[in-house]
Design a protein around this ligand. Structure first.
Ligand code: PEP
Length: 250
């Protein structure tokens, strides 16, 4: 079965209640492209309001704790995200791995907690610039995949986002050939780890400076099933052209 294109916006630490109008516009515009799955991941504080503002829309978190509850001041558990109206959560974003010291084991535990809470998961991997420059990007990312993958999962509920760290928020993007090579290597490794049927069903997203101008060629690369978008997901004017590009390829 063909994999549906999937375009996900990561609002990071951006968005006050006034931004809900933008989210409404994004989901309204996305409805014109029924062949594409579209989701927005706002800050925790907006999840409930965004889910209410756009009934039926896929709203997600940007992180969750691995525990279901407990004495973890400032953290949010996966069942809390689900309770707030989230359907998905991003785990292992490089800004969490680097800024908060999250290991592959931490990311795996978070992914498993999210799946147990009924959420879908977008699991991020990606190499730093020095690793890309030294030629070790594929080995580095495949080790992250093996170390972060949940022990058991429904492939329909787990997507992998390949996000080279040096491409996030920089305007730099890998060549289409490099993206295709990485995605092909990830899918082959997933086949070894989880079996060919799961690997074939899983969606692999590219992330890192995707915009309306480069989306079509990046989304058309081999084994690319969608995009995880940061800066260009904050407004309908910038995000909807990416959704439209995905729809063209859908
Ligand atoms: C991201 O942080 O997930 C991301 C892809 O950001 P940007 O699109 O801004 O590079």
């Amino acid at each position: 079965m063909a994999r549906r294109k999937y375009v996900v916006g990561n609002w990071k630490m951006n968005g006050l209640k006034a931004a809900l109008d933008e989210a409404r516009a994004i989901f309204a515009g996305a409805a014109d492209h029924a062949a594409v799955d579209v989701a927005l991941c706002p800050p925790f504080t907006l999840i409930s309001a965004m889910a209410d503002a756009a009934p039926g829309a896929a709203v997600g978190g940007q992180d969750c704790h691995a525990a279901a509850a407990g004495a973890y001041t400032g953290s949010v558990a996966a069942p809390m995200l689900a309770d707030a109206g989230a359907r998905l959560v991003i785990v292992g974003h490089s800004e969490r791995r680097e800024g908060f010291g999250e290991s592959d084991a931490d990311v795996k535990a978070k992914a498993e907690a999210a799946l147990a809470a009924g959420l879908s998961v977008i699991l991020c991997v990606g190499e730093p610039r020095n690793v890309r420059e030294s030629g070790g990007a594929i080995a580095y990312v495949l080790a992250q995949v093996a170390g972060s993958l949940p022990a058991a999962f429904d492939p329909a509920r787990l997507a992998i986002a390949y996000e080279p760290i040096w491409a996030i928020g920089t305007g730099l993007v890998p060549t289409v050939a490099d993206v295709a090579a990485m995605h092909g290597a990830i899918r082959a490794r997933l086949g070894e780890l989880s079996g060919p049927a799961a690997a074939e069903a899983m969606r692999l997203l590219y992330g890192g400076s995707v915009n309306g101008d480069n989306a079509a060629e990046l989304l058309d690369a081999g084994d690319v099933d969608g995009a995880l978008v940061g800066g260009a997901s904050l407004t309908a004017a910038k995000f909807l052209p990416i959704v439209a590009a995905a729809a063209q390829l859908g």
